[in-house]
Design a protein around this ligand. Structure first.
Ligand code: MN
Ligand code: MN
Length: 288
């Protein structure tokens, strides 16, 4: 066992179908910092679990997974995003599925931008709209990531779990009929299965989906160690349902915004479990 790497990620880059990498950066985090420690804490937590996923009948020890370790980061956010972009391009260029472990949510932009030449849709689970054009004078602040994805990469965009934003952000969503947004209240009222049916329909003319999980989509009761916790969130089961349902159509995944210093271990544990579930669900769809 090498707990410096994610569990069951013992294959070489060349042999791997799935390639994990950490992006330990929290430079623009506005409330609680510390998400730079999340990749390492999720790696440690990943050894808690059996390799076999009984729900999905997939054994992760049979799945070719590589962990590249952590990419370089810099004090400057734009320089850091450049590195994440290059790593993403390297993985995509080798026809493998990247899984980025953040770090803060701004890191998702280069992961998505790396697919710019493809016809992709983006699904984000998040408590926050992240639709500001800039925050605190910083364009690539974590509070702006979804806005830049919509403006620069694809307007095929869905958010699920929303319960926080400025009046401007709520107005932007109301007036922008190209995108879809489901609040946390929608998840309770409609049920996640109905939402996923609508998402499938909305995304039907996209070849592939990129899926980003800002962990604060989850209720802080389940995931207390977050950069910007927001009560009245989604349950782990709802989030897992989204991951399992969308995994077959995805070409990339990330999980961001865990701040382990506020954890008794359970948030990193849940994060590691959801990454393992993503891999198992995607793998199962590739075998079918
Ligand atoms: Mn976010
Ligand atoms: Mn958020």
């Amino acid at each position: 066992m090498n707990s410096n790497l994610f569990a069951d990620a013992s294959d070489s880059f060349e042999d791997a179908t799935f390639v994990l990498f950490g992006a330990p950066f929290d430079g623009t985090s506005s409330y609680r910092k510390g998400s730079k420690w999340a990749p390492m804490e999720m790696r440690k937590a990943s050894y808690n679990f059996e390799t076999y996923n009984g729900d999905l009948d997939v054994d992760l020890s049979d799945v070719p997974i590589h962990d590249m370790g952590d990419c370089d980061t810099f004090a400057d956010v734009d320089q850091t995003l450049e590195v994440v972009y290059e790593v993403s391009r390297q993985i995509i260029g080798a026809n493998k599925i990247p899984i980025m472990m953040g770090g803060e949510h701004s890191l998702t932009y280069p992961c998505v931008d790396a697919y710019k030449d493809k016809n992709i849709g983006v699904v984000v689970m998040d408590a926050h709209y992240d639709l500001r054009e800039e925050y605190g004078g910083v364009r690539n602040n974590h509070a702006c990531v979804s806005r830049h994805i919509i403006d620069d990469v694809t307007s095929k965009y869905v958010s699920i779990g929303i319960r926080s934003g400025t009046k401007d952000e709520y107005d932007y969503v109301k007036s922008n009929k190209d995108i879809r947004s489901y609040t946390s209240n929608d998840v309770s009222d409609m049920g996640i299965d109905r939402i996923l049916k609508e998402v499938d329909q909305y995304m039907s003319n996209c070849d592939k989906i990129y899926l980003s999980l800002d962990m604060d989509a989850l209720d802080p009761a389940y995931a207390p160690a977050l950069g910007t916790p927001e009560p009245f969130g989604m349950t782990p089961r709802e989030v897992r349902t989204v991951i399992r349902h969308l995994a077959p159509k995805t070409i990339g995944f990330d999980l961001v915004e865990i701040s382990p210093e506020y954890d008794s271990g359970n948030t990193a544990m849940l994060g590691a479990k959801l990454i393992r579930d993503y891999i198992a669900a995607k793998r199962k769809s590739m075998q079918a």
